[in-house]
Every structure is written in structure tokens, then in C-alpha cells.
Design a protein around this ligand. Structure first.
Ligand SMILES: [Zn+2]
Ligand SMILES: [Zn+2]
Length: 253
């Protein structure tokens, strides 16, 4: 690794800026994605829409075909149609769409043959376009030797880039790596930042460290407060209504 690539602790341990708010209700986006889901990526306009706003449009059922809550384009009704739409987003240079497609290449899903080398190539492309999750995926490839030799120094470096951009899973992974190498102080710092951004698994690990005597009561209290602050930012009656309607589809924390 180049000296110029080194990241200072001051940069690394800054709380990253929150991700884009929901473009409809302007509230902070819940962290939960996919299944369970707190927000959904729209292949028509490339927007992430929160569970509350998705449900608010779905429940009106004014049209026979469900529409995108943001741009009002009919939502793809089949997987084939969805993949086609996503391909168009890829051609338009949408970083999230590129990352989604590459995950299919990496895991051999949706009819794409598994190809780690190709996946890694595209993750770099999406990362340049500003998709921080791609840095997480590059880090994961180096940690697990997928398409490259295992290289923990590089894995850590890419996790750090992702974490600084606000990727909570990369932040959590950095906490785990620090804890594994015996540096509990650094692990706690990473877990606390991830907890503030809604990662409940990090909160549980802080609780675990506290119960085993590796963290203080103050550390754990701070973590509980950080998670509560996150919840205060994401909670809304509309999202609660959606979650009450279907936990499976709309649970958001
Ligand atoms: Zn919303
Ligand atoms: Zn749309």
C-alpha cells in the first residue's frame, strides 16, 4: 500500500455524513435494506424510497398497475422486466444499479454466471461513481480471496474507504477485525459509529464486550444513547403504519 493511501485516525473515526434522506418524506432513511426492508431501490428513476412512502402509495391502489412512489412510472411486475430496467440504469451509469448487477455476477444470481474477476472490475467502476458499498465489496473480496489473493491490509483499506463514506457494514467489519487483533479500544470506536447509524448488531457486540468486562458501563450507555438518537431520526407514523400493515415487507428497525 502506498504511503499516500494511508488514512489518519482523525479521518477514520469521524461520524460520516448521513445518507440521502427519503426524497418524498424528507426523513432520514432507515438502515434496513432488502429483506427485511426499510427502503426500496426503484429501477425506474434510481431513487431509494422509504417503507412508509412505498406503503402510502401501494395502499391507495388507484391504478391497476402499481406505480413508483417517486416518478409514477409503472413498477416492473416480473423479474425479467426488473432486470431489463436495471440494465438501463447500468447503461446510464447509476452506481447503485451497477453495484446490484455486480453482486449478481459475484454470487451467480439472476441467471448471471459467477465471475469474481469481472465482479471486482465492476465494483471498482461503481466505487469511482460514488457507490461506497462497492468499496465494501472490494474489501470483502480481499478478505475472502474472491478473484484476488487474500490480502488483509487491502481488505482493511477498502473497508475504511467504505466506512468513511457511511457504509455501516464496512464499519462493523472494521470493528470485528480490530477486536480479533485484540484492539478493543478501536473496535469499540468502530462499533459506536456503526450503532449511531443504526447497526443494531454493533450495539449487541458492545453489550457483549461490556458483559465480558472488556468495555465500561459508560461505553454501553453511550451506545444505547447513540442507537436511540438514530431511532428518533428515522421513526415516523407513516413508517409505523407500514410496518404494522406488513412486518415482512416494511419493518424498518
Ligand atoms: Zn419516505
Ligand atoms: Zn421511479
Amino acid at each position: 500500500m502506498d504511503k499516500a493511501d494511508e488514512i489518519s485516525d482523525e479521518e477514520l473515526f469521524k461520524q460520516p455524513p448521513p445518507k440521502e434522506d427519503c426524497p418524498i418524506c424528507f426523513l432520514r432513511m432507515p438502515l434496513l435494506l432488502l429483506n427485511p426492508t426499510g427502503s426500496k431501490y426503484q429501477t425506474c428513476c434510481g431513487k431509494m424510497i422509504c417503507s412508509g412512502c412505498c406503503h402510502a402509495v401501494a395502499k391507495t391502489k388507484k391504478t391497476a398497475i402499481p406505480l413508483c412512489p417517486f416518478c409514477r412510472t409503472p413498477i416492473p411486475t416480473s423479474k425479467v422486466e426488473m432486470i431489463e430496467k436495471e440494465k438501463k440504469r447500468v447503461e446510464a451509469g447509476d452506481a447503485t444499479a451497477i453495484n446490484n448487477l455486480v453482486v449478481c455476477h459475484r454470487d451467480g444470481r439472476n441467471g448471471y454466471p459467477q465471475d469474481h474477476t469481472k465482479a471486482l472490475d465492476f465494483f471498482h467502476r461503481a466505487a469511482i461513481l460514488g457507490d461506497f458499498e462497492s468499496f465494501l465489496n472490494i474489501g470483502y473480496a480481499y478478505e475472502n480471496g474472491e478473484g484476488v489473493e487474500v490480502d488483509m491490509e487491502k481488505a482493511t483499506h477498502y473497508y475504511e474507504l467504505a466506512a468513511m463514506g457511511g457504509d455501516v457494514n464496512a464499519r462493523h467489519n472494521l470493528g470485528i477485525l480490530s477486536a480479533k487483533s485484540g484492539n478493543v479500544d478501536r473496535a469499540l470506536k468502530h462499533f459506536l459509529i456503526a450503532t449511531r447509524d443504526g447497526q443494531s448488531v454493533s450495539l449487541n457486540l458492545i453489550k457483549d464486550l461490556y458483559s465480558k468486562g472488556h468495555a465500561t458501563k459508560e461505553d454501553y450507555t453511550k451506545a444505547l444513547q447513540a442507537y436511540q438518537a438514530y431511532l428518533n431520526e428515522i421513526k415516523s407514523p407513516q413508517r409505523d403504519e407500514a410496518a404494522a400493515y406488513s412486518k415482512e415487507k416494511y419493518r424498518y428497525y
